[in-house]
Design a protein around this ligand. Structure first.
Ligand code: GAR
Length: 224
C-alpha cells in the first residue's frame, strides 16, 4: 500500500471577505481536499478574511502597496513573503491588485485565480454590472492559471449561471459566487492530485491539453 501524499502547501492571497478562501478551507477540513493553507496574505489590513484566518491560527501577513514606490518593488516584497512559505500553489482568492510581471513569472505554473465572468468575456472590474448592461443571458465564473496578461491565462474550469429577469448586480454576483465556491476547490483539488498543469501556454488536465475550459456540470469524465 502506498502512503497518502502529504497535503499540498498553499498560500492564499486575499483583499476582502475571503469566502473563496473559506470554501477551500472547508473542503480541506472535511478531508475532501488534500491541501494545507500555509499562510493568508493580503494587501489590505481591513480584509475581512484576515480576522477569520487569525482565529484559525493561520499565518497572516499584510503588505500594503502604499509602502512601496511602485508595482515592481511591491511585487518583489510580496513575492518574498509568499515564497517564504514555500508554496506548491498560490491561490488568488479575491486579490484585487494587478501583480507585477516579475511576481507572476516567479509563480508561473503554480498560481491560480478565480474571476467572476466567463473569460475571455469581461476581464477586469464590475463584471456583473457589465454583463447585465450587455444583455447577457448567461454569466459565470472562471478559474484560470495566472499569466502576465490580466485575467488572460489559460482557463481550466468555468461555471455558468443564467441571468434572470429582474437581476441586479448583487443578485447576479450572489448566484455566481455560489458556483465559485464549487469550482475553485475542485480545481485546487485537481492541482493537488497532480492532475492539472500549465505548460506551453495551455492548461493540461490528466495529460490532455484543454483547448476549451471544462464546464462545471457538463463534464462527465473529469471526476471530482
Ligand atoms: C469573488 O467574486 C472573486 O471572483 C472576485 O472577487 C470576489 C472575492 O470574493 N475576484 C475578482 O474579481 C478578481 N479579478 P471573496 O473574498 O468572498 O472570495
Amino acid at each position: 500500500m502506498t502512503a497518502p501524499l502529504p497535503p499540498l502547501r498553499v498560500v492564499v492571497l486575499v483583499s476582502g471577505r475571503g469566502s473563496n478562501l473559506k470554501a477551500i478551507a472547508a473542503r480541506a477540513d472535511a478531508g475532501e481536499l488534500p491541501v494545507r493553507i500555509e499562510a493568508v496574505v493580503s494587501d489590505r489590513a481591513d480584509a475581512g478574511a484576515l480576522e477569520w484566518a487569525r482565529a484559525r491560527g493561520l499565518a497572516v501577513s499584510v503588505l500594503s502597496p502604499r509602502d512601496f514606490a511602485d508595482r515592481e518593488t511591491y511585487g518583489r516584497a510580496l513575492g518574498d513573503i509568499v515564497e517564504s512559505h514555500t508554496p506548491q500553489l498560490v491561490v488568488l482568492a479575491g486579490f484585487m491588485r494587478i501583480l507585477s510581471d516579475e511576481f507572476v513569472l516567479r509563480f508561473a505554473g503554480r498560481m491560480l485565480n478565480i474571476h467572476p465572468s466567463l473569460l475571455p468575456k469581461y476581464p477586469g472590474l464590475h463584471t456583473h454590472r457589465r454583463a447585465l448592461a450587455a444583455g447577457e443571458r448567461e454569466h459565470g465564473a472562471s478559474v484560470h492559471f495566472v499569466t502576465p496578461e490580466l485575467d488572460g491565462g489559460p482557463v481550466v474550469l468555468q461555471a455558468r449561471v443564467p441571468v434572470l429577469p429582474g437581476d441586479d448586480a448583487e443578485s447576479l454576483a450572489a448566484r455566481v459566487l455560489r458556483e465559485e465556491h464549487v469550482i475553485y476547490p475542485r480545481c485546487v483539488g485537481w492541482f493537488a492530485a497532480g492532475r492539472l498543469a500549465c505548460r506551453d501556454g495551455a492548461a493540461w488536465l490528466d495529460g490532455r491539453r484543454l483547448d476549451a475550459p471544462v464546464v462545471q456540470g457538463n463534464d462527465t469524465k473529469e471526476g471530482a
